[in-house]
Ligand binder design. Structure first.
Ligand code: G16
Length: 553
């Protein structure tokens, strides 16, 4: 190795030592674990060995990719007693599926040293020029600190350099990883770098519009529900930086229990306002989830009717606005939108028929949406639960960049291109980011001069209902066709079809959750009562045919 710059890494002794230390300090919890929709999610006390092993895995992944990797300790929307861990790949994207399998095997093996040696051999990792580099972030759960330390120990015991960035939202961790690997393109790879990049783009967009704080029906005031999690503190930081433009009243800032009767998942699933936020007619409310990667808007009208503006509404607002800018710029950029089976039927119709934007449907999980969105020049993707973002391809970014300097374009075309470029900075393109999405929505509403009701009126959602059914083993339910059809247990899809046929505008599907030990049921129909009834009947069918536990729905 003399003068080559290479040094020996992951020697047999290092690996043996790292595995032995883990086995001793973090013994395996007797259960089979699986890397699910968003990593491992379990009761916190079952997780220490998983965290240690994911630290080991992150070190190896970093060595394979020759880039920094992220480890986020969070269970996001789950209750406070749960926790979890997900790994983030070099460009801030979710861990590659082939490595989810490796993660699952490493989590369950009884012989960690042999398994690590196999990865090292398979990927030829015995020497390197650089040490592995791992960022570790955590949410505000009481168990997160201990679990983050286990991950740090795992990574360090395999020789990685670790930067512990403390309590951050999941999207901040993703941004920092992407930024560290982007050689300065995204600014500083720190939390400060994140705040500066996004708030600076926000202010520049506002100044470009030249409209002042208010514009027609748009007012800068809104209520913010932080789900008693990390989003509360991070929103407070944005609010402080942007007082000239937004006027935020903060609720659920940590005084109550995380995600309990508040937060984006609660508001979306229960279709009601979060506890703690006062009811003020026609005032915008915003809820984020426990790690601030999902966002939901809501308001109550003068007839006391609650309105939810979920990921579908955000996707349509954003796609519509970006389409306008693309056509004003005259650039050859194709925009597409990605949804999941949870997308309200009305939203899909509005997107394809009115906005004339191509729509794709993929299985639940940001990784699937992100991947599909990469097929478009500009890909907008949102799950109905409020998890989503926009990604600009290299082609779109280069076209926009070139347009800024192109003297052959009109002033109006260059202005549109400049706005597109600023949107590319305002948006955290690595992953769904509640706070970046919030500033994106506020920018568009402001520019259009819309109140929350104006936005809501673009199209009317079909009433929908989601239920959870607890069963003996949720994996007996399997699906196909982007989760819209169920393959097993035998007979369940036929039952669902027969039930749905009795409901005008009825649609329903079931799927095993990847983050909770339940089977999820989704239903929509012509009226609220019918949607509720459809969901209940389908839930009963699941309970009957998939070994439901507890009383039938
Ligand atoms: C995670 C995933 C989302 C998914 C949600 C629910 O969100 O990142 O893509 O929609 O879980 O998944 P499931 O229905 O499989 O339980 P979060 O915000 O909890 O990380």
């Amino acid at each position: 190795f003399a003068n080559t710059g290479y040094f020996k890494m992951f020697t047999s002794a290092d690996v043996q030592n790292a595995a032995a230390k883990g086995d001793e300090k973090y013994p395996k919890f007797p259960k089979t674990f699986q890397y699910g929709t968003a990593g491992f999610r379990e009761k916190a006390e079952e997780l220490p060995h998983i965290l240690y092993r994911m630290g080991l895995l992150a070190a190896l992944r970093s060595a394979v990719k020759k880039a920094a990797i992220g480890v986020m300790v969070t269970a996001s929307h789950n209750p406070v007693q749960d926790n979890g861990v997900k790994l983030c790949d070099p460009q801030g994207e979710m861990l590659e599926p082939a490595w989810e399998k490796i993660g699952t095997e490493l989590a369950n093996t009884d012989d960690v040293a042999s398994y690590l040696k196999k990865i090292i051999e398979d990927f030829g990792l015995d020497s390197s020029k650089e040490k592995p580099f791992v960022f570790v972030g955590q949410d505000t759960r009481p168990s997160s600190d201990f679990l983050a330390k286990a991950a740090i120990e795992g990574a360090e015991n395999l020789g990685a350099l670790v930067r512990d960035i403390g309590i951050v939202s999941t999207p901040i961790l993703h941004f920092v990883v992407a930024s560290r690997n982007a050689s300065g393109e995204l600014g500083l790879p720190t939390e400060g770098g994140y705040f500066n990049r996004i708030s600076s783009a926000f202010v520049q967009l506002k100044e470009k519009e030249g409209l002042g704080r208010e514009n027609r029906n748009y007012k800068p005031e809104f209520d913010f529900d932080g789900a008693n999690g990390v989003g509360a503190d991070k929103m407070a930081q944005f609010a402080k930086m942007l007082t000239e433009w937004i006027d935020v009243t903060h609720f659920n800032t940590g005084e109550g229990q995380l995600n309990f009767n508040c937060g984006a998942d609660f508001v979306k699933v229960q279709q009601t306002k979060p506890e703690g936020v006062p009811l003020t007619v026609n005032r915008r409310g915003v809820s984020v989830d426990g790690d601030a990667d999902r966002i939901i808007y809501f308001y109550t009208d003068s007839d006391n009717k609650f309105h939810l503006l979920d990921g579908d509404k955000i996707a349509t607002l954003v796609a519509g606005h970006l389409m306008e800018l693309v056509s004003a710029s005259g650039l050859d950029i194709h925009l597409g939108l990605v949804q999941t089976a949870y997308a309200n039927g009305s939203s899909t119709e509005y997107i394809s028929q009115t906005l004339k934007v191509p729509v794709a449907c993929v299985p639940t999980g940001v990784k699937h949406l992100h991947h599909k969105a990469q097929e478009f020049d500009v890909g907008v993707y949102f799950e109905a639960n409020g998890h989503g973002t926009v990604i600009f391809s290299k082609k779109a970014t280069n076209l926009v960049r070139a347009a800024l300097e192109n003297p052959e374009l009109t002033q109006a075309q260059r202005e549109a291109a400049k706005k597109l470029s600023l949107f590319g900075e305002l948006i955290n393109q690595t992953v769904g980011d509640a706070l970046s999405d919030l500033l994106l929505v506020e920018t568009i509403l402001h520019s259009k001069g819309w109140s929350v009701a104006d936005w809501d009126n673009a199209y009317t959602d079909l009433p929908s209902r989601q239920l959870k059914v607890t069963v003996k083993d949720r994996n007996v339910v399997s699906t196909t066709d982007a989760e819209r059809k169920c393959v097993t247990p035998a007979g369940l899809q036929d039952r669902i079809d027969a039930i749905v046929a009795n409901f005008p505008k009825g649609r329903s599907f079931v799927r095993p959750s990847g983050t909770e030990d339940v089977v999820r049921v989704y239903a929509e129909a012509e009226s609220r009562e019918l949607a509720d009834e459809l969901a209940k009947e389908v839930a009963r069918a699941v309970h009957d045919l998939a070994n439901g536990t507890g009383p039938a729905p």
